[in-house]
Design a protein around this ligand. Structure first.
Ligand SMILES: C[S@@+](CC[C@H](N)C(=O)[O-])C[C@H]1O[C@@H](n2cnc3c(N)ncnc32)[C@H](O)[C@@H]1O
Length: 274
C-alpha cells in the first residue's frame, strides 16, 4: 500500500493536484480516486488553502492542472478550492491580463466612467474590476461559474451584482445590450470558455460599447487562438463590431509548462459594438 502511494506521488511530483476527470476510466485513476480519494481531498484542501505554502512552482502546478481537459464539474470544484490563494498565485506568476485590459479600455473609452456599466465575464476574484476601478470605473456586474471565486469577488465590494453561470453552456445571465464595457479576462482558452461566447459578449454591449478580451499566445493555445481570431474577423465582416486595437504582449504571465521558459505571450483584443 505504502509503495503504491509512493509511486503515485512519482506520477504527480511536488505539488499534487487531484487528477479528477482526467482519463477517469483507466485502472490507475480508478485506484487513485477510490482508494486514496479521502486522503487526497484532505491533502489537496490543505495545499490549496494554505497561504504559507505558495511558491512559483506551486502556482505553476495549480495552473498546469487547469490546462488539462477537466470536466466542467471538476473545474468548478478546482476553482472553488483555488479561490483562497488565487490572487497570491497569480501575483507570483506575474499575471498581467487584468491591468492590460484596464489600460486598453481606459485608452479608448470616451464616456462618463463613473456612470458606465461594466460586465466582467469570468470575473474570478475580481482582479479586472480592481484594475478598472483604478481607471475610474465604478459600476460592475460579474459572472463566473465558481461560487468560491464569486465569494471573493463579493468581498471586494465592487460588484453591484454577481451571477453564477457556466458561459458557453448557459446563456449570459444579464440583460443584453445594457453594458458600456464588457470584459472577459483570462477565460478564453482551449480548456476554458469556448470561442462562440464572444458573440454573446458583443450582444451584451450597448451600441458603441467596448468589448475587451484576452487569450494566451503560446503553443498549447495556438489552435484556439486561430479559431478565436477567425470568429472575430467573421463578426467584423457581419458588421457586428469593429476592431479598435489588438495588442500582442510578450510578457503576459510566467510560462507554466515544462517545455517552455520565461513568459507566455498573450493578446489583448478590443472591439466596439456597431
Ligand atoms: C484564469 S481565471 C480569470 C479570472 C479573472 N478574470 C482574472 O483575470 O483574474 C478564469 C475564471 O473563469 C471562470 N470560468 C472558467 N470557465 C468558465 C465558464 N465556462 N463560465 C463561467 N466562468 C468560467 C473560472 O471560475 C475562473 O474564475
Amino acid at each position: 500500500m505504502l509503495r503504491l502511494a509512493v509511486n503515485l506521488f512519482r506520477v504527480y511530483p511536488g505539488y499534487c493536484p487531484k487528477p479528477v476527470g482526467i482519463g477517469s476510466s483507466t485502472p490507475a485513476t480508478f485506484v487513485w480516486n477510490k482508494v486514496f480519494s479521502k486522503w487526497i481531498d484532505e491533502w489537496h484542501a490543505r495545499n490549496m488553502s494554505s497561504e504559507n505554502t505558495r511558491t512559483v512552482d506551486v502556482a505553476k502546478g495549480t495552473m498546469r492542472t487547469l490546462r488539462n481537459n477537466l470536466k466542467m464539474a471538476d473545474k468548478i470544484q478546482y476553482y472553488n478550492q483555488w479561490a483562497q490563494t488565487y490572487e497570491q498565485d497569480l501575483a507570483l506568476l506575474e499575471y498581467r491580463a487584468p491591468s492590460l485590459v484596464a489600460a486598453q479600455v481606459s485608452a479608448h473609452f470616451s464616456g462618463e466612467r463613473r456612470a458606465a456599466a461594466v460586465l466582467d465575464v469570468a470575473c474570478g476574484t475580481g482582479l479586472a474590476a480592481k484594475m478598472m476601478k483604478q481607471e475610474g470605473f465604478e459600476r460592475f456586474v460579474g459572472v463566473d461559474c465558481s461560487e468560491g471565486m464569486l465569494q471573493h469577488a463579493r468581498q471586494t465590494g465592487l460588484y453591484q451584482d454577481l451571477k453564477m453561470a457556466v458561459v458557453g453552456d448557459q446563456p449570459l445571465p444579464v440583460p443584453l445590450g445594457d453594458f458600456d464595457v464588457v470584459t472577459l479576462v483570462g477565460g478564453l482558452s482551449s480548456t476554458h470558455i469556448p470561442v462562440k461566447v464572444i458573440r454573446e459578449l458583443c450582444q451584451a454591449a450597448k451600441q458603441g460599447g467596448l468589448i475587451c478580451m484576452t487569450t494566451r499566445a503560446n503553443h498549447d493555445n495556438a489552435i484556439f487562438k486561430v479559431a478565436l481570431e477567425a470568429e472575430m474577423k467573421q463578426m467584423e465582416e457581419e458588421g457586428l463590431w469593429r476592431r479598435v486595437e489588438v495588442a500582442d504582449v510578450s510578457e503576459f504571465q510566467y510560462n507554466v509548462t515544462d517545455n517552455e521558459d520565461g513568459y507566455n505571450p498573450g493578446c489583448v483584443y478590443l472591439f466596439q459594438r456597431l
